[in-house]
Design a protein around this ligand. Structure first.
Ligand code: DC
Length: 230
């Protein structure tokens, strides 16, 4: 048993599984705080690009990126369409979501120095429980003792179609082909990295979201969370 009064809910999985929406609705349903850890890696990437740092896997670049990640000042505030993200005083919510930032975040997140710097931040945000953390390695690394662990999956095709629709809805003109290619590249990097690769924890409940509606996925995760709260 953990010493937390309220549970930690870990929701992991690749992009395009509906993870962000599911996490947001589960957090609202439970009255828990939501922590989008992908946004934290995206902030590290954006800060690095703004600082003109190379996103290379060289000892020098890694050290500089690790130091930058350790000094990041990130804050979340509730907004009408989910959370607003701030880097220092600047709102960066929209800037974080571009395809370029997706790739940059995937690159910096492969570096052990960056992951180590952001680990403490994520643990601090979740330590008291009553929180839903959404990411890639929450159930395996950040909170291996999370009371609820869910891993969302779907086929590459289903995920790319969802992501493509999402990007178009945001007014970004990208082809399905490019979305699929970038997704494959990101999956390969996220799954293949040496530190905290994307994979389901041995004790995670794996949910294939392909054949399910969003409502059904949310209902399943809420049921799991309510089970442990009894
Ligand atoms: O969930 P997202 O697409 O916003 O995440 C952006 C990148 O950040 C993703 O390609 C991998 C990385 N990431 C990670 O390595 N670990 C996490 N817990 C969350 C995101």
């Amino acid at each position: 048993m953990s010493a937390r009064a309220r549970p930690v809910v870990a929701i992991d999985g690749p992009a395009g599984t509906g993870k962000s929406t599911v996490a947001r609705r589960v957090a609202a349903g439970l009255g828990f705080t939501l922590v989008d850890t992908g946004a934290i890696y995206r902030c590290a990437a954006l800060a690095a690009v703004r600082a003109g740092l190379a996103l290379d896997d060289t000892p020098r670049a890694r050290q500089a990126l690790g130091e930058l990640a350790a000094a990041l000042r990130i804050s979340f505030r509730p907004g009408p369409e989910g959370q607003r993200v701030f880097l220092g005083p600047d709102e960066v919510t929209l800037e974080l979501r571009s395809p370029a930032m997706s790739q940059a975040a995937s690159r910096v997140s492969a570096l052990p120095e960056v992951r180590a710097a952001l680990l403490a931040l994520q643990r601090g945000l979740g330590q008291d429980g009553g929180v839903v953390l959404e990411g890639r390695d929450i159930g395996t690394v950040v909170f291996p003792d999370a009371e609820v662990k869910v891993f969302l999956t779907a086929s590459a095709e289903v995920r790319a179609r969802r992501r493509h629709a999402e990007l178009l809805a945001r007014g970004l003109q990208v082809s399905l082909e490019d979305t699929l290619r970038e997704q494959a590249e990101r999956d390969r990097r996220d799954e293949g990295r040496a530190v905290a690769p994307l994979k389901a924890a041995a004790d995670a409940v794996v949910i294939d979201t392909g054949p399910l509606s969003l409502d059904e996925v949310v209902a399943r995760v809420l049921a799991l969370a309510r089970e442990v709260r009894r």
